[in-house]
Design a protein around this ligand. Structure first.
Ligand code: FAD
Length: 517
């Protein structure tokens, strides 16, 4: 941990999407901000989502119209400000005999699209294509399905690289002056004598503790939001309970042609998505399992029952059947929902709540409960607006109008952007160029610079991974360990050989020492 200063306007706890979003927003309003993340950025729930930027069609069944409309508005904002990480995604929703009637699905989609058209937006991104009915005997999407499924709908939402969205926010926060400290745990919070908050931070590598002061704290520790308060004796009876709901996904070899995803209705009224993933794979998720109090969310893994549930969920609609033996990778995360008293996790609201506490002398501590990846920007804006009001400033929201790190090109322009980069780097093969462009957007120049050939990208470790990328990731994206790169900044872990992995594992520690000392 290396801090030049020990006093900040705001300390943000947690480097998931909410913490990174808050840090960006607050730093852009001129506050001095420190963000502390116990592990790596997006190492909690924010890299374990279904990766959808969506209103949440199914929440209409629970009459969550306001939440769905807000999420649809945010979908358009995010399409505008982070165009390299978000893309429109077509979904096929088959009508399942004996489940929700056809007219109900039709009505749901009608409502969904109308809520979107009522949402005010700042960006100029074109609207997504309209939903339509499809007959499976005349549509490519019908080919892999069981013959009992005759018809359904096509509708659009968006897909996002969740972990990179977090990093893009953290980078923008840093560009506005925020200090981002990963592998740093907030161990204790107490009221300081001078009226501020005093936080004890512990470095995950050296295990050294450091004390800092902050005029305000925003606790965005996701599933650990209560733990942060409880460990400091701040989890009083008025603090909401966080309902921790595990969700798992499986990754199997690609199961069908085409770039569309499927929304598969299940007997238990839930829906399971099957989504094209990383070119060669299909992503299937998710489950909803209430976590018991003693389980640490960092340790969650998919269970045999969840794997079987997801295979069955897929098999109920597809002619080709999968088994747990087909699973090449899985991941699990914990939804930090706030407890609205719903009977089961499926019905529990995905809306958020910001809880407010004050130090003995009135310094604010705001804790974020619940929310979705999709609505993180709005949550962050709301939290920083409240902070401004509590500290006597006029809130000046700004994040809906400014591009995120890497997003500096027109919202519907990713193909043109790639074509321009291809002209700038004519020697680079298309696969590598597209990977850089879609992952790093306009920041790609910071990796490739003025290189004229592969040699200038530095050592090649194999599978299209060059030293310049690792150096960039360490210097600008807080990569410290191999999984930071292979599982979160990218999903290259799914693609590379053992040999490449061994070379990266050897090279990274040396690069970390060279770049950050
Ligand atoms: P997290 O991402 O968990 O971040 C909290 C961070 O705090 C962690 O990185 C943790 O290490 C850190 N931390 C904890 N304690 C401390 C401490 N003491 N000091 C410092 N740091 C600490 N939403 C959507 O919009 N679309 C989807 O498709 C979607 N799918 C989902 C699927 C699943 C299976 C799950 C589980 C969730 C899904 N969500 C989705 C919801 C969304 O992922 C979450 O709402 C969001 O990621 C929560 O972000 P967060 O920042 O609050 O928490």
């Amino acid at each position: 941990m290396s801090l030049d200063q020990t006093s900040y306007d705001l300390c943000v706890i947690g480097g998931g999407i909410n913490g990174a979003g808050v840090a960006r927003d607050a730093a852009g309003r001129g506050l001095s901000v420190l963000l502390v993340e116990a592990k790596d950025l997006a190492s909690g729930t924010s890299s374990a989502s279904s990766k959808l930027i969506h209103g949440g069609l199914r929440y209409l069944e629970y009459f969550e119209f306001k939440m769905v409309r807000n999420a649809l508005k945010e979908r358009r904002v995010l399409q505008t400000i982070v165009p390299h990480l978000i893309r429109p995604q077509e979904f096929i929703l088959p009508h399942m005999p004996g489940m929700r009637p056809y007219w109900m699905l039709d009505l749901g989609l009608f409502l969904y699209e109308n809520l979107d058209s009522f949402s005010k937006t700042s960006g100029q991104v074109p609207r997504l294509p309209k939903s339509k009915g499809v007959k499976f005997n005349r549509h490519i999407a019908g080919m892999p399905l069981k013959t009992k499924l005759k018809k359904g709908f096509s509708y659009y939402d968006c897909w996002v690289d969740d972990a990179r969205l977090v990093v893009s926010n953290a980078m923008d926060a840093a560009a506005h002056g925020a200090t981002i400290l990963t592998r740093t745990t907030c161990e204790n919070i107490k009221s300081a004598e001078d009226g501020t908050w005093q936080l004890t931070l512990r470095d995950g590598y050296s295990h050294e503790a450091q004390i800092i002061q902050a005029d305000a704290i925003i606790n965005a520790a996701g599933p650990w939001v209560r733990d942060v308060l409880d460990h400091s004796g701040l989890g009083g009876a008025d603090v909401p309970v966080v309902r921790r709901v595990k969700g798992s996904h499986i990754v199997v070899p690609r199961q069908y042609d085409g770039e569309h995803a499927y929304t598969l209705q299940q007997d238990d009224k839930r829906v399971v998505f099957a989504i094209p993933y990383e070119g060669k794979y299909t992503l299937i998720g998710t489950t909803e399992i209430e976590l018991d109090e003693d389980t640490d969310p960092y340790t969650v893994k998919i269970s045999r029952e969840e794997t079987e549930y997801l295979c069955d969920a897929f098999n109920a609609s597809f002619a080709n059947q999968i088994t747990p033996a087909d699973v090449v990778w899985s991941y699990s995360g914990v939804r930090p929902l706030f407890d609205d008293g719903s009977k089961n996790a499926t019905e529990a609201t995905r809306d958020y709540l910001i809880h407010r506490q004050l130090s003995e002398q009135g310094a604010p501590l705001l804790s974020i409960f619940g929310g979705k990846l999709t609505t993180y920007r709005e949550v962050a804006e709301d939290a920083v607006n409240r902070l401004d009001q509590m500290q006597g400033r006029t809130p000046k929201p700004w994040t809906a109008l400014k591009k995120l790190s890497g997003g500096n090109f027109k919202a519907d322009d990713i193909d043109d952007f790639i074509a321009r980069e291809a002209m700038a780097y004519p020697w680079m093969d298309r696969a590598l160029l597209e990977r850089y462009a879609r992952s790093y957007g306009s920041k790609m120049i910071d990796i490739v610079g003025s290189a004229m050939d592969y040699e200038e990208l530095g050592e090649h470790y194999g599978d299209g991974i060059y030293r310049c990328e690792l150096e960039y990731l360490v210097a600008h994206e807080w990569v410290r360990e191999v999984d930071d790169f292979l599982l979160r900044r990218s999903k290259l872990g799914l693609h590379i050989s053992e040999k490449t992995l061994a070379k990266i594992t050897r090279a990274l520690p040396e690069i970390v020492i060279m770049v950050i000392g």
